[in-house]
Design a protein around this ligand. Structure first.
Ligand code: CA
Length: 244
């Protein structure tokens, strides 16, 4: 069963983005826009992890967090707080209310996904999905194996990371700079053309010259995992390209 994540966020666009990305990672997602409503719903059903906005109508995220910690059923529920810039000085207070972690908006989605994974791995190591699926491609993070239509592909370490990065956010266009940050890391100096070279190698390995290309080149913008490719996947029901 997929880990269940509840997102309490009143900013609709952000809530949709989070749902889209979390579902693409294979989680079951509930979204709630009000603090008081979340308080009620979390009495009925406890998820595996909670993403909780700081400022909410009805009941603040801070107060909700306190209440959750006071109830035995949610005492140990993993909570990641989402705080706006400027509220950062409040972060100590946030953690002292019982949140396990926090991220500051605007945050990078891959980074948040990594935190979610890390936290679930800590609390429910058996339930974290190590599989990413797009179309007929599946990638296993644990074993570092990639298969296309069941046949194993040989990818270099950079190509693997690049594919993993793109598969985490299907449809989203990443600039070369964002790909450098996300795949190579900020500390290493690499020319932006390096990205093109590795995308070329990745394509070659994945397509073998004749299969459908899952990577979309967006002129002047960058690269994306083609969401129509993903939509053709068996997992299509959990991915909603129209949501972003
Ligand atoms: Ca808010």
């Amino acid at each position: 069963m997929a880990p269940r994540i509840t997102v309490v966020e009143d900013e609709e666009a952000l809530s949709i983005l989070l749902r889209y990305n979390l579902e693409a990672e294979g989680y079951a997602v509930d979204t709630i826009a009000r603090g008081d409503e979340a308080d009620l719903r979390l009495k009925e059903q406890v998820p595996d992890l909670l993403l909780l906005d700081w400022m909410l109508p009805g009941l603040s995220g801070v107060e909700l967090c306190r209440r959750l910690r006071a109830r035995p059923e949610t005492e140990r529920l993993p909570i990641i707080m989402l705080t706006a810039r400027g509220e950062e000085s409040e972060r100590v207070r946030g953690l002292s209310t019982g949140a396990d972690d926090y991220v500051v908006k605007p945050f990078s989605t891959p980074e948040l996904m990594a935190r979610v994974r890390a936290m679930l791995r800590r609390v429910k190591p058996e339930r974290i999905s190590s599989q990413l699926v797009a179309g007929d491609i599946d990638l296993d993070r644990e074993t570092h194996r990639v298969r296309r239509a069941g046949r194993e592909l040989k990818l270099g370490p950079t190509e693997f990371k690049l594919l993993e990065f793109l598969m985490q956010s299907p449809g989203r266009v990443f600039s070369r700079e964002q790909l450098l940050d996300g795949v190579w890391g900020r500390d290493i100096y690499v020319d932006e053309r390096t990205v093109d070279v590795h995308v070329g190698r990745l394509r070659k390995a994945v397509n073998r010259g004749r299969q459908r290309d899952p990577i979309r080149t967006v002129r002047g913008a960058g690269y994306a995992l083609d969401e129509t490719f993903t939509a053709a996947a068996p997992r299509a029901s959990s991915v909603r390209p129209e949501a972003v």
